[in-house]
Design a binder for this molecule. Structure first.
Ligand code: ADP
Ligand code: MG
Ligand code: ZN
Length: 499
C-alpha cells in the first residue's frame, strides 16, 4: 500500500462516500435522569451522587419528566413520529465509570423515530434522515493519572460519578449516501444545524468542547457505481464542527488508500486527533459486543398522552430554518449569504451586530472574515469569542467615521480578545487611531519614494497600479495607523501623477 496521501479530488473521482452521525446531547435539566441529584458542571468530584446514580442495591429509579419532555420536543423539531408507548432498556456492560454495570437506555423502542433534517450546503439542500432519538443516561468520568493520560501506563485511575445519570439524548441519522465531494461539509452542516435547533429549544447548552454535545462520525466508501455500501468506521473524539468536517475528509482519504491497496476497511471505532487532523484505530468492532439488552423492569413504560405531544408541537419555538428565512428577509441578504452565515454559526451574531447599528454588509464581513479566522485559529466557534456583537458594531462605526482604519480595527479586535476589555478602553490604552497628520504622512511618503526609486519611476511613468509597495512601506512606517487610501493619494500627488 502506498503511504503517500491521496488528494481528496482523486478519492471522490473513484469512490462514493456514505456518512452517518450519532450525536449525544446532555440535557440541561436541573436534576439527573433517574434521581434528584443536581447536574451542575464542574462541581467537586463525587459531590453530586446518591444511592440511585451510584447503583447501590435496592435503590429504585424514577424517570425525569422534564427530560422526557425535552426528548419529545427534540423529536418533534426533527420531524419524528413520537412513540405512543415505549420502554427503557438495560444495556449491560462493565466499566468502572458506570457503577450500575448497566446503562439505562432505549433499545428497540425509542421515544422518537423516522424524522429528517434538511441541511443546506452551498446551493444544495440535503435531507438527512433521522433514524431515532432516544433517551439514556450519561456515565461517570475516569481520569487516568500518569504521563500518558490513558489507561495504559497510568499509575492509577480516579472516577468521578457526578456525571453518572445525567440525561443524555442520542440522535442517530440514517446513512446518508450521494453527497460525493460535499460529504465532509454535509456532516458539519448537519451538526451545526442540529446544534442550532437544540440551542433554540433550550434543552442543552450544546458545548462541544465541554462534551455536552458529542458526535460520532461514521464514514464508508464504495467504488463509484457500486450498488453496495462499504464497511463503515466510527470516529469518536470529534470535539468541534471543524473537526467533524476534517474527520470525514481524512477518513475518506484513508479508506481510499486502503481500498486502492486491495485491502478491506475494518469496521472499527477510531479516534480523531485534533493535532494531526487524522484518525487512529481504537476498539475493533468486528465481534459485536453482546449488551444483553432487556426491558428495564424497575421503570414503568412511557406512554406520552397524544394531546400533550400535540401541545408540545404547538408550543415549539421558531426553529432556525424559519428564523433564517425571516432574517434573510429583514436583513435583505441573499439565500446563499444566509447559508454561508448559518454554516459558519454567525447568523444571530450578524443579526445582533446589525441591531446594534452596523450596516449588514459590514457585520457580515467581520463575522465571516476576520472574526471567523480568529475563531478558527483558536479552534473555537465565532460565538465563543470574547467579543460581543455590540463591540463589533462600535468598531464598524469607528471605521465609518474615519477614526480607525480596518487594520487598526483588527488590532482593536485582537486587544479585546486578549484582554476582555471594551473597545474604547483598548483603543485609548494602545493609542489606536488613524494618523491624519498630513505632514507626517508626507515625510513617510518621501522616505518610501527615496527607498524604492525603481517603483517610483514606474509610477511617474504612468503606471499608477504599481504604487502598492510604496503604500505598503508608508503603512509599515506608520504601524498601520494611516488610512491606505489617503496614503495612496499623497504618494501619487508627490510623484506628480493624478490618482
Ligand atoms: P452503533 O451503535 O453500532 O454505532 P448505530 O445504529 O447507533 O450503531 O449507529 C450507526 C450509524 O452508522 C448510523 O448513524 C448509521 O446511519 C451509520 N451507518 C450505517 N451504515 C453505514 C455505512 N455503510 N456508511 C456510513 N455510515 C453508516
Ligand atoms: Mg454508535
Ligand atoms: Zn443520584
Amino acid at each position: 500500500m502506498s503511504t503517500a496521501t491521496l488528494a481528496f479530488e482523486d478519492v471522490i473521482a473513484r469512490y462514493e462516500p456514505v456518512i452517518g452521525l450519532e450525536t449525544h446531547v446532555e440535557l440541561g435539566t436541573v436534576s439527573k435522569m433517574f434521581c434528584g441529584c443536581p447536574t451542575t458542571f464542574g462541581a467537586e468530584p463525587n459531590t453530586q451522587t446518591c444511592p440511585v446514580c451510584l447503583g447501590l442495591p435496592g435503590s429504585l429509579p424514577v424517570a425525569n419528566a422534564k427530560a422526557i419532555e425535552s426528548t419529545i420536543r427534540i423529536g418533534l423539531a426533527l420531524n419524528c413520529s413520537i412513540a405512543s408507548w415505549c420502554r427503557f432498556a438495560r444495556k449491560n456492560y462493565f466499566y468502572p465509570d458506570m457503577p450500575k454495570n448497566f446503562q439505562t437506555s432505549q433499545y428497540d423502542e425509542p421515544l422518537c423515530v423516522e424524522g429528517y433534517l434538511d441541511v443546506a450546503v452551498g446551493e444544495s439542500t440535503v435531507r438527512v434522515g433521522i433514524e431515532r432519538v432516544h433517551l439514556e443516561e450519561d456515565t461517570g468520568k475516569n481520569t487516568h493519572v500518569g504521563t500518558s493520560g490513558r489507561i495504559h501506563g497510568a499509575d492509577y485511575s480516579l472516577v468521578d460519578y457526578n456525571r453518572a445519570g445525567i440525561p443524555l439524548v442520542e440522535i442517530v441519522t440514517k446513512p446518508v449516501p450521494g453527497t460525493g465531494a460535499l460529504a465532509p461539509e454535509v456532516a458539519r452542516a448537519y451538526v451545526a444545524e442540529l446544534r442550532e435547533i437544540l440551542r433554540t429549544l433550550g434543552v442543552s447548552d450544546v458545548r462541544m468542547e465541554q462534551g455536552s454535545l458529542r458526535c460520532d462520525v461514521n464514514t464508508s466508501l464504495s467504488p463509484a457505481g457500486s450498488r453496495r455500501w462499504g464497511t463503515r468506521t466510527e470516529t469518536k473524539n470529534v470535539n468541534s464542527l471543524r473537526s467533524v468536517e476534517r474527520a470525514v475528509r481524512s477518513e475518506m482519504v484513508r479508506q481510499a488508500a486502503v481500498l486502492d491497496g486491495g485491502d478491506r476497511v475494518i469496521q472499527e471505532t477510531r479516534h480523531f486527533s485534533e493535532t494531526t487532523g487524522d484518525t487512529r484505530p481504537g476498539r475493533s468492532k468486528e465481534e459485536a459486543t453482546d449488551y444483553r439488552y432487556f426491558p428495564e423492569p424497575d421503570l414503568v413504560p412511557l406512554a406520552p398522552d397524544p394531546s400533550w405531544v400535540e401541545q408540545l408541537r404547538r408550543e415549539l419555538p421558531e426553529l432556525p430554518a424559519a428564523r433564517r428565512a425571516r432574517l434573510q428577509e429583514s436583513l435583505g441578504v441573499s439565500a446563499e449569504d444566509m447559508v454561508q452565515m448559518s454554516n459558519a454559526g454567525v447568523v444571530d451574531l450578524v443579526g445582533e451586530t446589525v441591531d446594534a447599528g452596523a450596516p449588514v454588509g459590514e457585520a457580515r464581513n467581520w463575522w465571516l472574515g476576520y472574526l471567523a479566522q480568529r475563531a478558527n485559529e483558536r479552534e473555537a466557534e465565532p460565538g465563543d469569542l470574547a467579543i460581543a456583537p455590540a463591540q463589533v458594531a462600535r468598531l464598524v462605526a469607528l471605521v465609518a467615521e474615519g477614526s480607525l482604519t480596518t487594520a487598526l480595527a483588527r488590532q482593536a479586535v485582537d486587544a479585546v480578545l486578549e484582554t476582555g476589555q471594551d473597545v474604547d478602553a483598548v483603543i485609548a490604552e494602545r493609542g489606536l487611531r488613524v494618523v491624519s497628520d498630513t505632514g507626517a504622512l508626507e515625510r513617510a511618503a518621501d522616505d518610501a519614494i527615496a527607498a524604492n526609486p525603481g517603483v517610483a519611476d514606474k509610477v511617474r511613468g504612468g503606471k499608477t497600479a504599481a504604487v502598492g509597495p510604496l503604500v505598503g512601506a508608508v503603512m509599515k512606517a506608520t504601524r498601520g495607523q494611516a488610512d491606505a487610501a489617503a496614503v495612496r493619494a499623497i504618494l501619487l500627488r508627490r510623484l506628480g501623477v493624478e490618482g
